[in-house]
Design a protein around this ligand. Structure first.
Ligand code: 2AM
Length: 185
């Protein structure tokens, strides 16, 4: 099964970003806009994982979560992969405690590797983002990126990690397989 580990966003954060994207959506039907219900921050994409690796992964993710404390984040600005002039992915960035976010992503990646579910692209630098839209043919999203440049979403505290199954289809569907709290106090 196809899995990833990520963070959920509180409703107020989703609402705020949804409103910020609102004006751009009708102008660009060449982009496949992601839905508010599917929004999350990926910590590690694991790709195809066997049942055996999944059973090893669950306790390791629990341990990884326990080694971290809650931290604050907010959505901020926008960008595109590979770049705004020829984009396949339009995203919003994150500000706040990005160091804690990177450390948590590194722990999750290490946990997955030890469980035999090494992320396929773990050699790449972690670039935290919220995907707002995708486009198979490279799209010029410079006006949207510029329009969202000053965007600052409400701050929230990340307290939990989620193991999510991604079911492919017309629109990806996500199913939560487990969630573990970061250590408080
Ligand atoms: P994205 O937001 O940039 O599309 C489920 O596919 C989640 O895992 C998405 O959030 C996706 O990121 C992320 N992900 C990271 N690397 C991926 C990859 N190589 N293939 C598919 N999804 C990936």
């Amino acid at each position: 099964m196809r899995l990833f580990v990520g963070l959920a966003l509180p409703p107020a954060v989703l609402d705020h970003m949804d409103a910020a994207c609102g004006p751009f959506r009708p102008l660009r039907d060449d982009l496949r806009w992601t839905s508010r219900e599917a929004w999350h921050i990926t910590l590690a994409f694991l790709g195809e994982v066997t049942d055996l690796s999944l059973s090893r992964l669950l306790p390791r993710l629990e341990r990884a979560a326990r080694r971290h404390q809650p931290f604050t984040l907010n959505l901020a600005g926008a960008g595109a992969f590979p770049g705004p002039a020829r984009a396949n992915v339009l995203w919003s960035g994150l500000s706040g405690d990005r160091r804690a976010l990177g450390d948590l992503a590194a722990s999750v990646t290490a946990a997955a590797r030890r469980a035999g579910a090494a992320p396929p692209d773990s050699g790449r630098r972690y670039r935290p983002h919220l995907t707002l839209a995708r486009c198979r043919a490279p799209a010029d999203v410079r006006t949207i990126v510029a329009g969202l440049e000053g965007y600052q979403g409400p701050q929230w505290t990340t307290e939990e990690i989620y193991l999510i199954r991604s079911l492919l289809g017309g629109h990806p569907r996500y199913e939560t397989l487990g969630h573990w709290k970061l250590t408080t106090g």
